[in-house]
Design a protein around this ligand. Structure first.
Ligand code: AHG
Ligand code: MN
Ligand code: MN
Length: 335
């Protein structure tokens, strides 16, 4: 019996198309896939193995860390530090970069990740995920610093996320379209189930945390008001609203049936340009959305063109179906 194309087979076949591929990248991706399988299993076990609840600590962004934020961070590090493909890693849960320890060989890639996205949802059994982005370590550098990570999103070699929901899924891009895989838990393999994913250009569905309404800028207020007015307003049609509070789940929904996701700039905390983090949330998701034919923007600029200034930098995020994102961007220009 043929099980279908596994993610490993898929990556090897993709890499074969590149004449200079060394196999290093395939092997790195395999280690990331392994980490996601371990996390899937850990999340699945939940209260049975005592991993839910708060860890009682805070990360560099002042957010309370869940036990699973720390456990999953460790899983990604342990799965990826030994093989010799990476020079360093960085994550939401670590203030500074994680250089590859001395006892291991160093490689030519950098890995940036959000080990558990949507972790406020973990204790209420709503989908969470892992987001990652692979960058090249700059030439001639074997002991990278945080500066070496500060590359525009356009420089990403690969981006992906795992979604731990009713099924465990893996969505990947290496700049040649977007493909989705479902974890077959019986055989422990991600199998290609959603080839060449595309974001529909039009949508009737928007996602925003509406409790922040009073802090939004004018263009976002206008856009959401017009959606809410439905067929009696200027848009002349009705819209549906969703908010999961796990970006992984929202992006997956948009890849499946279209939509617009917004975590815009607001005035809630003027020291923060947005909520989501550029390096391990906005950039990898932007790469995936653009590769699937969608648009990803701050309202004022394309996210992947931003020159990062800080590992944990926050940016406004507006992404999804082209025609809706373009419309909201045009409202920013009208201002
Ligand atoms: P994380 O759990 O990694 O900190 O990320 C949570 C993010 C994102 O996934 C989600 O879209 C957003 O925060 C939810 O924010 P609100 O709680 O403000 O709705
Ligand atoms: Mn996150
Ligand atoms: Mn997280």
């Amino acid at each position: 019996m043929y099980i279908g194309t596994t993610v490993t087979q898929f990556i090897i076949e993709e890499q074969r198309k590149l004449s200079n591929a060394s196999g290093d990248f395939t092997s790195l991706l395999n280690d990331i896939v392994t980490a996601c399988k371990v996390i899937s299993n850990t999340v699945d076990q939940g209260a049975l193995i005592g991993v839910l609840g708060s860890a009682g600590s805070e990360n560099v962004q002042g957010e309370t860390q869940k036990k699973l934020d720390l456990i999953t961070n460790d899983v990604v590090i342990k799965s990826n530090e030994w093989a010799g493909h990476l020079a360093a890693m960085a994550s939401e849960e670590m203030d500074d970069i994680y250089p590859i320890p001395e006892q291991f060989p160093k490689g030519k890639y950098l890995l940036v990740f959000d080990p558990l996205d949507g972790s406020s949802n973990i204790d209420v059994n709503i989908s969470v995920g892992t987001i990652f982005s692979i960058l090249r370590c700059p030439d001639g550098i074997s002991n990278p610093t945080a500066e070496d990570f500060l590359q525009e999103g356009t420089k990403q070699v690969c981006a992906g996320f795992a979604l731990y929901g009713p099924s465990t899924l893996m969505v990947l891009t290496t700049g040649n379209g977007v493909n989705g895989f479902t974890l077959d838990k019986n055989i422990g393999e991600f199998v290609l189930t959603y080839p060449e994913m595309k974001v529909p250009e039009d949508t009737n569905e928007f996602a925003i945390n509406a409790s922040n309404d009073r802090f939004w800028e004018e263009p976002v207020k206008r856009y959401v008001d017009e959606c809410l007015a439905g067929d009696t307003g200027p848009r002349g049609r009705n819209f549906n609203m969703r908010w999961v509070a796990s970006m992984v789940a929202e992006v997956y929904r948009i890849l499946t049936r279209g939509g617009i996701f917004m975590y815009p700039k607001d005035t809630k905390d003027p020291s923060k340009a947005g909520k989501l983090r550029l390096m391990y949330e906005a950039n990898p998701m932007s790469f995936i959305i653009e590769q699937a034919g969608g648009v990803s923007h701050t309202g004022r600029e394309r996210i992947m063109d931003i020159k990062p200034t800080d590992l944990h930098q926050r940016v406004p995020v507006i992404l999804g179906s082209k025609n809706e994102v373009d419309r909201l961007v045009s409202y920013h220009k009208d201002q």
